[in-house]
Design a binder for this molecule. Structure first.
Ligand SMILES: [Zn+2]
Length: 444
């Protein structure tokens, strides 16, 4: 059944079989971590947990959490990989860094087996997203250091797609190259870059639909989950846009199938995901519709395994069986728990702001940025830069700004101080940060 699945055996595994596989690999991994890393040994010892006591994913609740900052701190003195390095350097063949959009970047090692797993998991996600051998894909991510570049490129190759390592920048050359081919092509990029690229095309008097860009594989931002955003990209290019989720530490692991009802968790047998209450740290039941912070534990990783690493990503999971036949749970990301901000007791997520703004397209472009310029509590109108469409006459700007404020007040229950900015000033070719805390020195 290669036409429907990349790896049918894993993708259609029954929930009890998934649990058996997870438990078996978890026990092996914990024993390996304990033996290989003094940091992990100390974590388990401090909690009074013997490695052989962890035999079921339910036992993970007894294992202390780890934070990315612990790894970053241990690398600060120049140590190559730091406390969670479990394989000797002689077996590590690739080192990359995490993006560091929310904190310091960390270096991550991969052994040959880690790389094979990375490719397999990624190919499975891309297959769910509709990518097939014979597809031509322009990879427009940053190849410098990050997993989104070289490693993700190699997952397209693992799948068998003809992959073009374009990188970021040089949008005009990209458009001319795509338009110069007889074939239809695909793109691997951030969703905001697809929007920006359509603007660049129009500035060059190229009609985006004439370019032949028919498939979009999007990653790095949650934009496609916002109502209207996907349609905006699909309409601009005449393409099918699919969503993907991954992290620097785990790689490209989850893709959206044709049902488009969340992304399928694709790291079955490689990573265990738990949900916790971000405030109390308590494990939450993994039930349909449950929301919580994702916590990841590697169960088949040699070089830089994670052991209950807090992601600070808030997600909602869906455990009802999907019509596509895959048995893995699906999820959607609600936002970074650090991107969420609290205004007078109300939790505000950038994705919710985006959903409100998308209703005002085409007067606005949908791009925005929140700048929290004073330390909490936030009891003042929140500074919000909103890109205004170039077609909207300046005489109507004031009325638009007022409407944005009113809608945010009515729909999300907080007050914004809206600043309208020119189109193209917020979306960038890398990841677009939606919330910056300038009082902490963060910059866009
Ligand atoms: Zn599905």
């Amino acid at each position: 059944m290669r036409d429907r699945f990349w790896n049918e055996a894993i993708e259609t595994l029954s929930p009890p079989d998934v649990r058996r596989l997870e438990n078996e690999r978890l026990a092996e991994q914990i024993a390996y971590n304990y033996e290989s890393s003094p940091f992990y040994r100390a974590k388990l010892d401090s909690a009074g947990v013997k490695p052989d006591a962890i035999r079921d994913r339910g036992d993970l609740a007894r294992v202390p959490f780890m934070e990315k900052t612990e790894v970053a701190d241990s690398q600060a003195d120049g140590t190559l990989l730091g406390v969670n390095q479990c394989a000797p350097l002689e077996r590590i063949v690739r080192i990359q860094a995490t993006g560091g959009t929310t904190g310091r970047p960390i270096r991550i090692g991969l052994t040959r087996r880690d790389i094979v797993d990375y490719g397999e998991v990624g190919a499975q996600a891309l297959w769910a997203m509709g990518c097939r051998p014979g597809d031509i894909v322009f990879e427009c991510m940053n190849y410098n250091l990050y997993s989104g570049g070289l490693s993700d490129h190699l997952t397209f190759e693992t799948l068998g797609a003809a992959t073009i390592p374009f990188g970021v920048g040089n949008s005009e050359r990209l458009l001319r190259m795509m338009a110069g081919l007889k074939d239809e092509v695909g793109i691997w990029a951030t969703p905001s870059y697809a929007i920006r690229l359509a603007d660049v095309a129009r500035d060059l008097s190229i009609e985006p639909r004439s370019v032949g860009l028919r498939r979009g594989y999007f990653s790095g931002e949650a934009g496609l989950q916002v109502p209207g955003y996907r349609e905006k990209i699909e309409d601009a290019w005449g393409m099918v846009a699919r969503d993907q989720y991954g992290t620097g530490e785990l790689g490209l692991h989850s893709g959206e199938c044709e049902e488009q009802n969340g992304v399928h968790f694709g790291a079955t047998g490689i990573v265990i995901a738990e949900l916790i209450d971000p405030d109390s740290g308590e494990v939450l039941p993994f039930d349909d519709g449950q929301q919580g912070e994702a916590v990841y534990t590697s169960i088949r990783r040699e070089a830089s395994p994670l052991m209950r690493m807090r992601s600070h990503d808030l997600m909602q999971v869906f455990t009802e069986r999907c019509a596509c036949g895959r048995t893995s749970f699906r999820f959607r990301i609600l936002g970074r728990s650090d991107d969420m901000f609290i205004v007078k007791g109300v939790n505000v997520f950038p994705l919710s702001i985006q959903a409100v703004l998308m209703k005002l397209v085409p007067r606005v472009t949908g791009e925005f940025r929140v700048d929290i310029d004073r330390p909490p509590p936030i009891d003042y109108p929140v500074p919000l830069a909103v890109e205004v469409s170039r077609d909207l006459p300046p005489t109507r700007h004031e009325e638009l700004a007022r409407e944005v404020v009113e809608r945010l007040q009515t729909e999300l229950n907080f007050t914004a101080e809206v600043l309208l900015v020119e189109p193209g000033t917020i979306a960038t070719e890398g990841k677009t940060r939606r919330v910056i805390r300038s009082y902490r020195g963060e910059v866009a």
